[in-house]
Write a protein that binds this ligand. Structure first.
Ligand code: PMP
Length: 412
């Protein structure tokens, strides 16, 4: 291990506190991540030295703000290896990106009787926008089945992707099962039937190297706040050939070329999709977050999370009555681990863990179809990131054992 992970934690002031008299162990990273001092400092510095609206002004501050805002777009392009910055659209987050896409692609290519394919492991933000398109266009929404251990059933992938398939939209990594899906392979299958491949990368880009040209998907959406950046900023990558044909979903200032009384024309890419004053500070924060992640290294981060899983999973398996959801093979997953303990409601698990200073989540994780599919009303979920250490893992396991003891034996 070349990265001093113990020291990384010092970059995150918020993690230096106690909760209920115990050191805080933050394991809710799939929901949102903490921000290092460098990101907080970038926001502060921007407001202290460069705050102005972008693109329009010729004065010094406006030029500075524009340079930083557009400079981050180039950083994002490099980070995900897009061909050009025209293919990098700023959004509010994954949800916005997927909603824009569903509406815009739906208007452009979906006809009655067409099929849109997603899977049973999708987050609500990669389900509902497609339900809307299917309902509005009399198209059919199909769901890919999962295997016993929570992977996409590849036989069903082959069966569901047919000549009728117009769009396939899948998570790169599940926010519940932690499973990494074979996007490159599926993209090839989708292109073989002339379909469009959309990827929800919310849980992938923060945790592993992602190369959009290598994956070759047509669209790829992700959120800044899950990768050390502020909330309210995200990215939708799209291939130029598609983005040029698509209509924007929001209209107003910034995105226009010429405005007439009855009709208007749009700016070139990527700005035609970015109406109104954007989240300038958020974008600059995203740039600082990428700098931080690149300094550590995305492969390092992926290895670190897998090492954490190699440590945690066998210890969880030793706990009687504990079920882990998702693949048993660590190579197939990232640092997200959903679980339940027989006889204890996951909300009680999360509340009791909080008493031990450990922040985990409980609920349906915005994946109700997956919960139904797994026959679970809810699960507990711990999700690790680059600043979590083996000590955190120990405190997590200890807290879990104490929780089980308390609920199953302590009340006797
Ligand atoms: N997809 C997945 C897989 C997610 O985990 C999330 C966030 N929980 C989203 C989409 C939605 O992201 P956001 O709320 O940032 O738009």
């Amino acid at each position: 291990m070349t990265v001093p992970y113990e020291q990384l934690k010092n970059d995150f002031t918020i993690l230096q506190q106690t909760v209920n008299d115990e050191p805080l162990v933050y394991l809710d990273n799939a929901a949102t991540t903490q921000k290092p001092e460098s990101v907080l400092r970038a926001l502060e510095l921007y407001y202290q030295t460069s705050n102005a609206n972008v693109h329009r002004g010729v004065h010094t501050l406006a030029e500075r703000a524009t340079a930083q805002y557009e400079g981050t777009r180039e950083k994002v392009r490099r980070f995900i290896n897009a061909r050009e910055t025209a293919e990098v659209l700023y959004t509010r987050g994954t949800t916005t990106g997927l909603n824009w896409l569903a509406k815009s692609l739906g208007d452009l290519i979906i006809e009655p009787g067409d099929e849109i394919v997603i899977s049973f492991m999708e987050h609500h933000s990669n389900i509902i926008p497609w339900q809307q398109v299917a309902q509005n266009k009399q198209a059919t929404l199909k769901y890919i089945e999962l295997t016993e251990d929570g992977q996409l059933d590849m036989a069903d992938v082959r069966a569901k992707i047919t000549e009728k398939t117009k769009i396939v939209s899948l998570a790169h990594v599940s926010n519940v099962l932690g499973v990494v899906n074979p996007i490159k392979e599926i993209t090839q299958m989708v292109h073989d039937v002339d379909g469009v491949m959309v990827v929800d990368g919310a849980q992938a880009v923060p945790h592993m190297p992602v190369d959009v040209q290598d994956l070759n998907a047509d669209f790829y959406a992700f959120s800044g706040h899950k990768m050390l950046a502020p909330t309210g900023i995200g990215v939708l990558y799209g291939k130029r050939s598609w983005l040029e044909k698509m209509e924007p979903q929001e209209f107003g200032g910034e995105m226009i070329d010429f405005v007439g009384l009855q009709d208007s024309t749009w700016k070139e890419l990527p700005w035609k999709f970015e109406a109104g004053t954007p989240n300038i500070a958020g974008a600059i924060g995203l740039g600082a977050a990428i700098d931080y992640l690149e300094k550590v290294g995305m492969r390092e981060i992926m290895d670190h999370e897998q090492n954490m899983m190699a440590y945690v999973m066998p210890r969880l398996e030793e706990i009687d009555g504990l079920t882990i959801f998702g693949p048993k093979n660590i190579e197939d997953r990232t640092g997200v681990i959903a679980f339940n303990i027989d006889g204890i409601h996951p909300h009680d698990v999360a509340t009791a863990m909080d008493m031990e200073g450990v922040a985990v989540r409980a609920g349906h994780h915005c994946a109700q179809p997956l919960m139904n599919y797994m026959n679970q009303p809810a699960t507990a979920r711990a999700s690790f990131y680059l600043y979590n250490t083996l000590e955190d893992a120990d405190q997590f396991i200890q807290a879990l054992k104490a929780t089980k003891e308390f609920f199953l034996n302590g009340l006797n």
